[in-house]
Design a protein around this ligand. Structure first.
Ligand code: UDP
Length: 467
């Protein structure tokens, strides 16, 4: 039989491109022929800088003009405003025909496509190949979101801030309406609720589900997910995929020289620096950035802070000069894995994107949780209440892109909680243990290693039936 050939089709956002690029490299290392399909401006993102793995990358044009997006808006990161999010999703739906052409041309044995592409199953069916769903989020969030969708507990509270328990979900998880994504709260059918429904149906109809997590991290929820959500369909837990990558060599070109940032970190004592980064999409108003600066300065802690903009007008006079030696701002993109894995880093202020969360878990770094959007409020619950390796900064309200207001004082106080004292030490110890478990999971005979072996065996046996 010819070599097993798998095509990967990631959703065009860093949260999918980066882990699917990592996964493609792991498949390739295991002797699988791999093709990644993406749009021209996302090629660099999936490639993995410095990677020597042989991976074919093919492209489809992203239909910006057709849906009214500015030319070049091919990645969630470049969506100019929250009201264009829906247009972006509409553009991705137009990728079905080009994907079918690519499948015909390259004839892979199977397709692994992001969950956000429910129609990818129809494309695969036309070619008579199986489609597997890749989830860019963890299984706790998948279960929480499904329980909310099914049981709608937020309809039984009288205000936005009245807490309720997520029904049927193991563990007593409290949420408020304010923390829920707007598509969960919409009355009647909307574009988003239809999309969610389609994603759900395509998951159940797919040949299986691949999750970037490791079984031991979310065991109870992995069980619940298999039994109740995907109704016995097979799920493979193959993460943390970040552990398969050479530290730092991923995503975009960094806004800082790696050597310089390493030198700076090397000059600091172990466990003495806080790393602050809110992923690739979340954004803040200038006033909020000013509060973050105030909180960092007031806390007295050493820090690396990643700011996703180039103008400095909002910075208080002399901030950078006052912070000289104590804090560094990285403008643009940071080598996150490199930083998180440095012994000087004690805590991570994060928006709780799933990749960032898993990267912190893998590095054994406790978190200060500052969720903004998507499923990030569920991830906050996982980190602070279930795994107990983080404290919340106190964000109350879900937003589409621009985060809620948190004062500098709240940040200052929460930083002390996560960096200093007994509670912080206990979190740090738990985080270390989880990091060890994550490393074991991806090593030979670890749970993720075995899940991946079984998955590849399964795909190989399906491919042999096709020939
Ligand atoms: N990332 C990075 N440098 C940055 C910002 C983000 O390397 O300056 C990476 C981060 O390590 C993670 C991904 O981008 O792998 C962001 O994914 P996540 O799911 O955390 O958040 P999203 O960007 O999807 O909101």
């Amino acid at each position: 039989m010819e070599k097993l050939h798998v095509m990967f089709f990631p959703f065009p956002g860093q949260g999918h491109l980066i882990p699917m690029g990592d996964m493609a490299r792991v498949f390739s290392e295991r002797g699988v022929r791999v093709t990644i399909a993406t749009t021209p401006l996302n090629v660099a993102m999936v490639k993995g800088r410095g990677s020597t793995q042989e991976i074919e990358i093919v492209t489809v044009k992203f239909p910006c003009a057709e849906v009214g997006l500015p030319e070049g808006c091919e990645n969630t990161e470049s969506i100019p405003s929250a009201d264009l999010v829906l247009s972006f999703f509409k553009a991705t739906a137009l990728l079905q025909a080009p994907l079918e052409e690519l499948l015909l041309q390259h004839r892979p044995h199977c397709l692994i496509a992001s969950a956000f592409f429910p129609w990818a199953s129809d494309a695969a069916v036309k070619l008579k190949i199986p489609r597997f769903v890749f989830h860019g989020i963890g299984v706790f969030a998948l279960c929480a979101s499904e329980c909310l969708r099914l049981y709608q507990p937020h309809k039984n509270v009288s205000s936005e801030s009245e807490p309720f328990v997520i029904p049927h979900l193991p563990g007593e998880i409290h949420m408020t309406r304010m923390m829920l994504p707007d598509y969960h709260k919409a009355e009647g059918e909307t574009e988003f609720t239809k999309a969610l429904q389609a994603i759900k149906e395509s998951e159940v109809a797919s040949s299986g589900v691949i999750v970037n997590s490791f079984y031991e991290l979310e065991q109870v929820y992995a069980y619940y997910y298999n039994e109740k959500v995907i109704q016995g369909k097979k799920a493979w837990y193959v993460g943390p995929l970040c552990l398969s990558n050479e530290k730092g060599k991923r995503g975009k070109q960094d806004g800082v020289d790696e050597g310089d940032i390493l030198k700076w970190l090397d000059s600091k004592k172990p466990n003495s620096v806080v790393y602050v980064c809110f992923g690739s999409i979340a954004n803040f108003r200038e006033s909020q950035l000013g509060e973050i600066a105030r909180g960092l300065e007031g806390s007295g802690q050493q820090f690396i802070w990643v700011v996703r903009r180039s103008d400095k007008g909002w910075l208080s006079d002399g901030f950078e000069a006052r912070m000289e030696g104590r804090g560094v701002i990285i403008w643009g993109w940071a080598p996150q894995l490199l930083i998180l894995n440095h012994q000087a880093v004690r805590a991570f202020v994060t928006h709780c994107g799933w990749n960032s969360t898993l990267e912190a878990v893998s590095a054994g770094v406790p978190m200060l949780t500052w969720p903004v959007s998507a499923e990030q409020f569920y991830n906050e619950k996982l980190v602070t209440e279930i795994l107990q390796i983080g404290v919340p900064v106190g964000v109350r309200k879900w937003a589409r892109i621009v985060g809620d207001n948190v004062t500098g004082d709240a940040l200052h106080k929460a930083l002390h909680r996560v960096m200093l004292g007994e509670e912080a030490d206990a979190m740090r110890n738990r985080a270390y243990k989880l990091a060890q478990m994550a490393t074991t999971a991806v090593q030979r005979d670890g749970s993720s290693y075995c899940h991946l072996s079984h998955l590849i065996q399964h795909l190989t046996s399906i491919a042999s039936l096709q020939t």
